[in-house]
Design a protein around this ligand. Sequence first.
Ligand code: GDP
Length: 434
Amino acid sequence: TPTLAVVGRPNVGKSTLVNRMLGRREAVVQDVPGVTRDRVVYDALWNGRRFKLMDTGGWEPDADGLQGFVAQQAETAMRTADAVLLVVDAAVGATATDQAAARVLRRADVPVLLAATKVDDDRLTSDTAELWRLGLGQPHPVSGLHGRGSGDLLDAVLDVLPETPRDDFGLGAGSGPRRVALVGKPNVGKSSLLNKLAGEQRSVVHDVAGTTVDPVDSLVELDGEVFRFVDTAGLRKRVKMASGMEYYASLRTSAAIEAAEVALVLIDASEPIAEQDQRVLSMVADSGRALVILFNKWDLVDEERRHQLSRELERDLISVRWAERVNVSALTGRATQRITPAMRRALESWDTRIPTGRLNQWLTDLVAATPPPVRGGKQPKIMFATQARTRPPTFVLFTSGFLEAGYRRFVERRLREEFGFGGSPIRLSVRVRE
Ligand code: GDP
């Protein structure tokens, strides 16, 4: 089902309007400033059509942060929902905060509607004309008190809301929250880090209501972007695994990685890299997901341990040296602000598509400088390359003969040198054409 996000300043009558649209009163209206409330998703039904109504909540940041906060909510809404409803208070008019939100929403590539609340008599109806200057088209006047206008508004919502959502969180879809797996052996600090990230960014961690979505996931807002942390139920509740459960833990890890687009693999930097760490890293590389390695407990790492660790990296982690890496401490918060940028870089690499022309130009030069080794008296020719897929970038080389493994690895290495792909595995396959 498609989602309509409702955004607006606190106390503009957003919750009252949402209740109206839901046709019920049980959702609590909180007009108490400073009350923290999660983003809530309701199932709505109008004229026989189902949709989801996402109320971005009315919790209030410190007074001077309000403008940025509402603008950020608008930003998040337009990236995650299928349509956005901006609610303004007609009795007050367009404030600087409303304007900031409107500025963001004018860039949206999803439909945006404007609702003017507290239009309780005809005099105020004429005042809504002033709201045209927000640049979001016709304001829809509604009275939360009488319910007047909310039916027309819902008709308008259904007119602009697509039949199918932009993203069912399925792999391969271009939008919706990016899915993150937070994995690593027991006691590396996964719960601590999730709490740190959620707390520090004043973000919202909660279950996602609905059927298409697994209720064990958490949505966490980091740097203004909502990420979906998959299978975090155990982490939030700090459930400890009984011993002898390693097999199931490993199944669960592998399922989380499969469900994700990017894996954050936590490794305890204060201890030698364990076989279990390497297994998790191989799972990520084999599944073709983007990878960020977080060396946690960095507060416990001294000079000597640091030297040891760099030797272990050379020895044990050479196969994933393309991964993004950050040394963090979930305990002290050290460098945790570098995690989101690293995750974004990895995902960007994962999504990268190299235009065929550029790829072949590069390949022609490469092969001219270093031709593939002769086999059985024949020189295999590399005719053409194409990037067949993204997520992860997958390349196909068309050749006239077998390419040996060493040369394939050489091509792969040079591909990375030329185009980057930091944080993402890449794949290279060879098709021999006779
Ligand atoms: P999980 O099993 O991976 O979820 O690990 P927890 O988050 O429960 O952490 C296990 C233990 O490591 C707890 O006692 C944490 O306080 C501790 N811990 C987590 N992160 C750090 C860190 O960065 N530094 C230190 N010194 N201790 C940490």
